[in-house]
Design a protein around this ligand. Structure first.
Ligand code: BMA
Length: 846
């Protein structure tokens, strides 16, 4: 028999042996999310409630509180968090359901201090929003009507009580409660502390066997094969033999079929079965290749019943490389053996009321990250562990996830009960997330170590030496022992990093070791040009605020509120000196509009220009620096903040700029005295040949000088491709000329950069004649925009309409048409586009 035929026969045999006979399904899940009622403990009237949901969203639904996101309403609804709340449900159980061998009540998430009573018996006493609770309850259920009653205690009163009982004052009372830290108020978020059932409730029945957990643990990867152990835990109520099949459903291949004898185990049983995936197709981060996923399925069965577990996995190896080197110590991600420059942002929860974030909002947010050419998001430690869907989208689109544990900006307790609940939380979250190929790193916390060392708590809170020793040893217990031990045990393929950043931004080491949060710009009021000097090994935070889209401001502010220090605008600016800081930076280099709308536009230009400097400095510095994650991607309510997309997913100028700066190819020209240094950065995994085309052009379009060079840019590198000495150039007016540089191949422009020789406020801009041609195109309008003279930072908008422009806030160069695609509901030819640009705004300043 020929080798090929033999192979075919073997495949067929394997297929036949895998083709399991049909058994009954062991497990049935009944949703218990309908018909809940709620009330505050002070009240006597029960009202309908939504599950998953919260007291705030339920009160909003009944019109009992004003919208906290509107105006300055946040203050008016603080009472909600100070009360205790109750939720109740009556549900029917029939004899058939009761006849099942096993009945389990699952609470996927209770927020937060909750006593759960089933038919008046307490079954859960929750102290942690990030845990799930599974309770066997067959004995407590009865045929007919059953009741669930959940009593939520105010986290505020629990925190006060815990603080009173402590022998020293921790930096913030919120630390006593395992609950989303940002809900207690942040410098971009309101204080809205929810209570409620924030994840689904289900009643699960099973007979014979149930899969409790499956972990696809990659054990080896080479060119021809990927080896995994399928590590599983099943529970069964019989001594029995079980069959286990593992399928690759993407390619319809049975990977293994085996039998396990559980007779040596009483109630639980674990197994580890090796599987091999031949000719593995790798999972790659966005921009480097396909994020290929294998849809794997594990079927556990006995003669009567079967249960199936499904998960998409990706075959890849992600390593964090932290090794001593000639500079200090490195910090970069190696993916499938290749050092990958991480491009992205910090992600915060998308709402203070997390249960309002539906799949569409997740899709829009992750799409915005993908469209901006990001390959990494950091799920920041002051928020929540995200929903499964969030990680599924990141798996699918090649967005690597730096996952913080949920601890931020304060010291935490270290008593037994706290460490215990923190440990269970970590175990459950790791088990839930470890099969996701997007998961690149577990990080202990955000700015806890940095805060302890640099923020002066010891003095402010008058800690004695003993207090300090105890507080920091509690820190070490949690972040240097408990959490890393659990990660090592449950997810040995993902590395753990104790705290982000390694050094605070005041330390020299922040530029030479580990990851860095550089806040000299913004918090330290240092000029944006410092981004070029303060380049660490991996920039995990840096940022600058800007106003959101006009329509977003209109969602919370009336006409009369639209001035900087109005009550409403102050309520939607959570940084103590936010507006002053924006103003201070704007004055340095930009015209400062007196008109509110123009000011808000200018703040976006300021933010985009500033962060562009940072991104470019970081990428240019590769491989010294191997990552840039700006602060922050998104918002949790409509607010003036560091985000690049606002609460309603409207892109600020920064998001468009990031899209450009995060392309695989990036040009960055730096002016150093009389030298213009032209850097080219490429993340492409192949060398690229092309031409570097440089032109010095006056604002009205006269080409004063040009030069073309044939170049090769090495794969995955940054290099100084060319240096122009200003003496090579003809004399030119610095306020009226720009240098445009393109990296072109025969087919297309891979990267482009335009630099100016004077601050924006000193540029001699002229009144442009802008022409816009509109043609219907697919589901939108294609705009072709031209101008006779340079238009700086041209922003397109359509009054009252929510339209997405494929490009916005760009420099329109003289006689160089730009094509922009406008999409939105009902968008078609003839839309009235309003234009804002620097010259127009500057002219309106009295
Ligand atoms: C960072 C974050 C947040 C904060 C942001 C802006 O360091 O970790 O704590 O919102 O700064 O101030």
């Amino acid at each position: 028999m020929k080798k090929d035929n033999l192979y075919l026969l073997l495949l067929l045999l394997l297929f036949a042996s895998c083709n399991s006979t049909k058994q009954g399904i062991s497990k049935t899940t009944h949703s218990l999310n309908s018909d809940w009622q709620f009330k505050s403990s002070n009240d006597s009237i029960w009202r309908n409630a939504s599950v998953p949901g919260s007291n705030y969203t339920d009160l909003l639904y009944h019109g009992l509180i004003p919208d906290p996101y509107d105006g300055a309403n946040e203050q008016k609804v603080q009472w909600v968090a100070e009360l205790d709340w109750e939720y109740k449900l009556t549900f029917d159980v029939n004899a058939d359901l009761l006849a099942n061998n096993n009945i389990v009540l699952n609470f996927d998430g209770l927020d937060t201090y909750a006593k759960v009573y089933l038919n008046d018996e307490i079954i859960v006493n929750s102290d942690n929003m990030f845990r799930k609770w599974n309770v066997k309850c067959k004995e407590l259920l009865k045929e007919g009507s059953n009741s669930l009653h959940i009593k939520f205690e105010s986290p505020i009163s629990r925190n006060i009580l815990a603080a009173q009982q402590d022998s020293y004052q921790l930096p913030d009372n919120r630390v006593y409660t395992r609950k989303a830290p940002y809900q207690f108020g942040w410098d971009w978020g309101p204080k809205l502390i929810t209570s409620g059932i924030w994840k689904p409730v289900t009643l699960v029945t099973w007979n014979s066997l149930v899969i409790k957990d499956i972990y696809f643990k990659q054990t080896e990867l080479n060119k021809t094969q990927a080896l995994f152990d399928v590590v599983g835990e099943i529970e069964s109520d019989l001594f029995q033999k079980v069959n286990i099949e593992v399928w690759d459903r993407t390619n319809n291949i049975c990977l293994t079929k085996t039998m396990r004898d559980q007779s040596d185990s009483e109630s639980g049983s674990s197994f580890s079965i090796p599987i091999v995936i031949d000719k593995p197709k790798l999972w790659w981060p966005n921009g480097l290749g396909e994020a290929y996923l294998y849809d794997l399925e594990v079927i556990v069965s006995n003669n009567d019943f079967s249960e199936t577990f499904k998960h998409n996995i990706g075959i890849r190896e992600i390593k964090l490389i932290t090794a001593a080197d000639s500079i200090g110590s490195s910090f970069y991600f190696e993916v499938n053996g290749i050092p990958v420059f991480a491009k992205g942002a910090n992600y915060i929860p998308q709402d203070n009321f997390t249960t309002r974030v539906d799949s569409q909002r997740y899709e829009r947010t992750i799409k915005a990250a993908v469209d901006a050419n990001m390959n990494m998001l950091r799920v920041w430690g002051g928020g929540i562990y995200e929903s499964n869907y969030f990680y599924e989208l990141c798996d699918k689109h090649g967005i690597m996830i730096w996952q913080d544990f949920m601890y931020a900006c304060a010291m935490y307790p270290g008593d037994k009960a706290f460490i215990r609940t923190a440990g269970i939380e970590a175990q459950q979250q790791i088990a839930r997330l470890r099969n996701h190929p997007c998961l690149a790193l577990w990080c202990g916390n955000n700015e806890v170590d940095n805060g302890w060392k640099d923020w002066g708590w010891q003095k402010q809170l008058a800690y004695s030496t003993e207090d300090s020793i105890e507080i920091y040893s509690n820190y070490k217990l949690l972040f240097e022992e408990t959490l890393p031990d659990i990660v090592r045990l449950l997810d040995p393929n993902t590395q753990y990093w104790p705290s982000s950043p390694l050094w605070g931004w005041g330390h020299d080491e922040a530029n030479t070791e580990g990851d860095s949060h550089y806040w000299g710009v913004w918090w330290g009021h240092e000029p944006f040009s410092m981004y070029e000097k303060k380049v660490g090994r991996f920039m995990s935070e840096y940022g600058f605020q800007a106003f959101p889209h006009q329509a977003t401001i209109d969602s919370f502010a009336g006409k009369d509120d639209k001035y900087l220090f109005s009550e409403v605008m102050k309520a939607h600016q959570k940084h103590l000196t936010g507006y002053e800081t924006i103003l201070k930076y704007m004055e340095r280099e930009y015209p400062v509009p007196t008109n509110f709308d123009d000011f808000s536009y200018m703040s976006q230009v300021l933010q985009a220009d500033g962060i562009e400097l940072g991104i470019k400095a970081h990428r240019r510095a590769m491989p010294h620096c191997m990552g840039t994650l700006y602060w922050q991607l998104n918002d949790c309510w409509p607010v003036v903040s560091w985000s690049s997309i606002d609460y309603y997913h409207r892109w600020k100028a920064l998001h468009y700029r990031a899209q450009d700066c995060f392309k695989n190819y990036m040009i960055s020209a730096v002016l150093r005295q009389d030298q213009i240094e032209v850097f080219l950065v490429s993340d492409s995994l192949a060398n690229t040949k092309g031409s570097l085309e440089m032109s010095l052009i006056s604002f009205s379009g006269d080409i004063l000088w040009s030069k073309n060079l044939s170049i090769t840019q090495k794969a995955n590198s940054s290099s100084l491709q060319h240096s122009i000495n200003v003496s090579e150039l003809p004399r030119f007016d610095k306020q009226n000329t720009f240098l445009n540089i393109q990296f072109n191949t025969e087919e297309k422009t891979l990267a482009e950069e335009t630099i100016y020789f004077a601050a924006t406020k000193h540029l001699k801009l002229e009144n442009p004649e802008i022409k816009i041609e509109q043609t219907n195109h697919n589901k939108g309008v294609l705009l072709t925009i031209t101008s006779n003279t340079l238009v700086k930072d041209l922003q397109l908008s359509v009054k009252g309409e929510v339209i997405h422009f494929s490009n916005n806030c760009f420099d329109l160069l003289p006689d160089s048409p730009i094509k922009v695609f406008a999409t939105g509901i009902g968008v078609s030819e003839g839309i009235k586009i309003e234009l804002t640009h620097i010259h127009k705004v500057a002219q309106q300043i009295e």
